[in-house]
Design a protein around this ligand. Structure first.
Ligand SMILES: Nc1ncnc2c1ncn2[C@@H]1O[C@H](COP(=O)(O)OP(=O)(O)OP(=O)(O)O)[C@@H](O)[C@H]1O
Length: 264
């Protein structure tokens, strides 16, 4: 019997910015239902790697497959339509909308309603029910009618993840979901992340080691644009090289572990 393809597979990715080698032959395979974390000190190349996966950047070489299909040259919106979704960064447009309106727009768009969504908002039962379920799942019911600009920061991050989920991802790239969130507002986000559907394949990019170790059962460590190691969390946390370049400096203080700039 043929083996099931990886949900997402990046193979030998290379990204050069002029003479700078930001991604140096990095491979990463996400199994279906993966809880995988991507870590590394500042400047290790995490954002560049995620930009390659999502299609913001085109790799200098290497390939990316989603469910066994080559998406290396596919534009961003087509990757998202095929189920590869990154947590949405709130932009100006959404500041004046409420979480309910924002989610209705995304769910409506996803259902193929496009601009008709505004007419149907509240009238289409499927959309209303889906929005309500998302607001509940992401603990946003209490703020669903407030303009996004007035939400506490933690709620905004919850809305970002809710928007991504409204896109019905099969593979979700969670980009620093607790960055900037005060400790007092983190517990809801942790609970939400831990309750995401088990068959969804998730890659978490995060500096917060408490979150990384409570979430991931597989970890990839990048240093200086290259793969340092991939292993289970215990092996990673016990590896002296990892301690030296990253963990030893503590979460959130890894500016001191700033990678050497590498030139090819
Ligand atoms: N568009 C670009 N042009 C030139 N250099 C870039 C560009 N984007 C990233 N870099 C460089 O590539 C390297 C990797 O950066 P990247 O942002 O991917 O690291 P990171 O691990 O995400 O860092 P952080 O944790 O601080 O967000 C850095 O040296 C950065 O300066």
């Amino acid at each position: 019997m043929a083996e099931e393809p990886y949900a997402l597979s990046a193979s030998g990715l290379v990204m050069r910015f002029g003479g700078l080698l930001a991604t140096n032959n990095v491979s990463l395979n996400l199994k279906k239902g993966a809880r995988h974390a991507l870590i590394g000190p500042n400047g290790a190349g995490k954002t560049t790697f995620v930009n390659l996966l999502t299609g913001v950047l085109r790799p200098s070489s290497g390939t990316i497959h989603l469910d066994g299909r080559d998406i290396t040259t596919l534009p961003m919106h087509k990757r998202s339509a095929r189920g590869l979704v990154r947590t949405f960064q709130i932009n100006q447009l959404f500041e004046t909308l409420t979480p309910l309106e924002t989610l209705a727009a995304v769910v409506g768009e996803r259902s193929g309603l496009g601009s008709k969504m505004w007419r149907l908002l509240g009238a289409d039962r499927n959309i209303t029910e889906r929005c309500h379920a998302l607001l509940e799942q992401f603990r946003l019911l209490d703020v669903m009618s407030r303009p996004t600009s007035q939400l506490p920061y933690g709620k905004r991050r919850q809305l970002e993840i809710a928007i991504a989920l409204a896109c019905e991802p099969r593979v979700l790239l969670l980009d620093e979901p607790v960055a900037g969130v005060p400790a007092s507002e983190r517990s809801d986000i942790l609970a939400i992340i831990n309750a995401l559907p088990a068959d969804m394949s998730i890659l978490l990019i995060e500096h917060d080691m408490d979150l990384v170790f409570s979430f991931a059962n597989r970890m990839t460590v990048l240093v200086n644009g290259a793969l340092l190691m991939e292993a289970d969390p215990l092996t990673v946390s016990n590896d002296p090289r990892v301690k030296e370049v990253y963990l030893g400096h503590g979460a959130g203080t890894d500016e001191t572990a700033q990678s050497e700039v590498r030139y090819a």
